[in-house]
Ligand binder design. Sequence first.
Ligand code: BMA
Length: 329
Amino acid sequence: MKSKTCDYIKNMPWENRPSGCNDVIWRFSGNPVIGWNPGPDTARIYNSAVIVLKDKFAGVFRADHKNGRAALHYGESSDGIRWNITNERIQWVDEKGKRAVPSYAYDPRVAEIDGRYFISWCDDFNGPSIGVGYTDDFKKFIRLPNAFIPYNRNGVLFPEKVNGKYLMLSRPSDTGHTPFGDIFLSESPDMIHWGNHKLLMKKGGQGWWQGMKIGAGPVPLKTEEGWLLIYHGVSSTCNGYVYSIGGAILDSEDPSKVLYRSGNYLLTPELPYEVSGFVPNVLFPCSMLSDDEGRIAIYYGAADTYSAIAFGMKDEIIDYIKRTHEDIG
Ligand code: BMA
């Protein structure tokens, strides 16, 4: 299937599977690609959304400032690995041009829909909920009304309208670190009015790694087998939460149907930059790049501190999801 992105995707970060590695996805040997204190005012940059923008890579980054608050920042890179990220947060305005910068914002995703870049994130709407906005040039950022009432997180748009409607995944939650959570699918005719909500995927199953809560990750990727959804699954241990990466395939025509869902995780915290940091044991994928050869690069936040990349082949990831499929509901 033809990729929507331009030729620059050929330069996406990539390494072949290391010899002796049997895992379906494998980590970049240069991880982490962003470490502690990356900017004068930023302590940690992670859980971020990377895309290809004509002749470069670009992204909307979650930056936790040195006052502890999270904000969205724009960044660019020629190789998708070394990033120039602005020290100033994104200056959102509303559709009338009035300043509309959220008091905090985190975990962005970027979906290119019909040539326009839509950004969704979690922000303060009298409690956490889903902020939405767009840009055509990554210079001017227009903020739209929040998609949902509080409390909600992990708002992730599909990269095209399906049956004439915009689609968004989200995970209704509470004010805090949500000890529960299932993924819902909602639709909109105009990116403002959201409805026809459907329960898509529930936490649980035989595997404990997704027993406590789940949340959508990168913008879903259209494949011959359906929409490839990479997501995070959380288990609760005596030493806190553990965030792993899983995958599912949704029906192309009716994405409210889950065709397959991985009973095993694809990746779980193991390496020092994943098991140790500001919040240990967190892998949080927010974007992925893919090319016509079926290569996939998943950008994930590690330990709420680092930005990291993992690689895999689309067909192998789909086969793995089918092979370990569990009907969780
Ligand atoms: C979630 C979100 C993520 C974070 C994760 C682990 O609730 O806040 O941004 O990575 O917790 O702390």
